[in-house]
Ligand binder design. Structure first.
Ligand code: OGA
Ligand code: MN
Length: 218
């Protein structure tokens, strides 16, 4: 049998590490798992979007402007697979979704994602991405797109213990780093960024369309 292509070897290692760590601790921190040209293209695409394509992020269905501003200050742009760059990313994510479903039986059904831009001073206070049984988010993914991020730039992702609130990880948003965690389990926050902070954040969801309407709670 022919030897697997290099990227296939790398991908199977990503799956192995992700499976192991998700089983053991519920989250995984991966570095440089996507091809560098894809990372560069994503960053370029994100930066090419006009300001008006980014919307102030809100919190769930909460429409209260002041409450939202108190909780989070990032700006987001939801992605579709129609642009060549995002299509490549979605293709990679689809491979990951299938592999994780085979390994972990998580029933991951679809993926939604957005670019996020934190202007200087922006933060996202401690929160959960999903409430048990509420909005069907199973796994959160955050891919960072910040070349040359420095220790003093802030903007770290802090992951807390699901039960005792202890700080488990303080993660710098370095270019090419991806964090994946169980959406219902881990409270987390983004500390104030001192400089422009870019990421691509997404969620694998389970199929929620069994009950009459699609996603009744969102
Ligand atoms: C989110 C989030 C984390 C990060 O968008 O829900 O928690 O590090 N992002 O950007
Ligand atoms: Mn979050």
């Amino acid at each position: 049998m022919a030897a697997p292509a290099l990227w296939e070897t790398a991908f199977s290692q990503v799956v192995e590490k992700t499976t192991k760590q998700l089983e053991k601790q519920g989250y995984v921190i991966l570095q440089d798992i996507l091809p560098e040209n894809l990372l560069n293209d994503l960053l370029q695409h994100l930066q090419s979007l006009d300001d008006e394509k980014f919307n102030r992020a809100g919190v769930g269905r909460e429409k209260d402007y002041h409450l939202n501003r108190f909780i989070r200050r990032d700006e987001i742009h939801w992605l579709e697979g129609s642009h060549p760059v995002t299509r490549d990313y979605f293709r990679w994510i689809e491979k990951l979704r299938n592999a994780l479903n085979r390994q972990l039986f998580l029933g991951l059904f679809e993926y939604e994602c957005h670019y996020a831009f934190y202007p200087p001073g922006a933060f996202y206070k401690k929160h959960l991405d999903a409430f048990k049984g509420a909005n069907s988010r199973i796994l959160s993914t955050v891919l960072y797109l910040n070349p040359g991020w420095l220790a003093g730039d802030g903007g770290e992702l802090v992951i807390y213990h699901p039960v005792n609130d202890e700080v488990l990880e303080v993660i710098t948003p370095d270019f090419g780093k991806m964090v994946i965690f169980l959406s219902e389990e881990f409270p987390h926050e983004v500390l104030p960024a001192k400089t422009r902070r870019y990421s691509l954040t997404g969620w694998f969801r389970k199929n929620n369309s069994l009950s009459q309407s699609i996603d009744p709670l969102l």
